[in-house]
Design a protein around this ligand. Structure first.
Ligand code: ZN
Length: 318
């Protein structure tokens, strides 16, 4: 297996694609952004390992974000590769006619709910439109779901759905080794912005927690993430992520002594928020508040959140 590290000028630092070849079939997991530079970088990396575009038979996509899917359509055009993606993310990857406008409309609705200043809206919509462009020409998708087995000549992958970062985010577990290709479900350094990175996800934190627990149950030895380096203690990394969210809950609770709206809370916690961060910050706050509200710890009235109880034991609810 080869890791192909690709430039990513727009989001989250360099991207990892993984190339698997045993026998006559070549499988690629995730691709970089759609841009001429990254496309030639990708081709150079392939040839370094003795491959060309036409060798790629299968592309597995972990989730719909442009930095993971951008080159899939172009590679499919060149090689005829079959491209697979979770059914909940496939319409965005395939750029079905209404998918972008539905996403942008949802941003407008959320911004109203979160009380985000109107000056933040257009710059954010521009970032999202650029992201859509960098998603490249759409591939034809073969959709899969949680629990499916994707069977190829020399590999069988079990699909493990970990929604949160996106609605369809899926990890691929090769049957022959104790590992998983996890995309942005688990990253080695930072946490994958649950609540802001895909605002379509309902109850994002509880879905994310359940997905991480499913992943932890597998007791795997190594994760191959979408960014940065391999994760050699997957279950302890997941525990760190749980702890990050518990700390965030505590921090949020400390601001809820008087009723507060989501934008106000976001800027108090993160400071000034512009561009994509005007979505990520309040999205993350909204996800935590929604979770606390579903546990009965927080009340909301007209977009203002307040504490419903004098003491909460976070470790007992998350
Ligand atoms: Zn992502």
């Amino acid at each position: 297996m080869y890791k192909i590290s690709l430039s990513n000028t727009e989001f989250e630092g360099k991207n990892n694609s993984y190339l698997l070849n045993d026998g006559s079939e070549t499988i690629l997991i995730d691709t970089g952004l759609f841009s001429p530079n990254i496309y030639s970088e990708f081709k150079q990396e392939l040839s370094k390992h003795g491959y060309s575009l036409s060798d790629i038979d299968v592309i597995l996509l972990t989730h719909w974000h442009a930095d993971h899917v951008g080159l899939a359509g172009t590679i499919q055009e060149e090689s005829g590769a079959k491209v697979y993606c979770h059914i909940d993310d496939s319409s965005l990857v395939e750029k079905k006619s209404s998918s972008l406008s539905e996403l942008l409309n949802l941003v407008v609705i959320k911004f109203e709910e979160w009380n985000v200043p109107s000056s933040k809206l257009n710059p954010l919509l521009d970032v999202l439109k650029l992201g859509y462009e960098l998603g490249g020409p759409p591939p034809r998708i073969i959709p899969f779901e949680h629990g499916d087995e994707l069977e190829f000549e020399n590999h069988i992958f079990s699909v493990l759905h970990v929604p949160g970062h996106t609605m369809g985010l899926s990890c691929f577990l090769p049957q022959e080794s104790s590992s998983a290709f996890v995309g942005d479900a688990v990253l080695p350094v930072y946490t994958p912005n649950i609540g802001g990175a895909d605002i379509r996800v309902l109850s994002p934190l509880s879905q994310y927690r359940d997905g991480l627990l499913r992943l932890q149950d597998q007791n795997l030895d190594i994760f191959y993430p979408g960014h940065r380096h391999e994760i050699l203690s997957p279950n302890s990394r997941i525990n760190e992520i749980f702890q990050h969210h518990r700390d965030r809950f505590e921090q949020i609770i400390s601001f809820l002594t008087t009723p507060i709206d989501i934008w106000d809370l976001s800027t108090r916690i993160f400071g000034p928020l512009d561009g994509i961060h005007a979505l990520y910050g309040p999205g993350e706050m909204a996800a935590h508040l929604e979770y606390l509200e579903s546990m009965g710890a927080v009340d909301s009235l007209d977009g203002l959140y307040s504490l419903n109880t004098s003491s909460i034991d976070i470790s007992s609810i998350f």
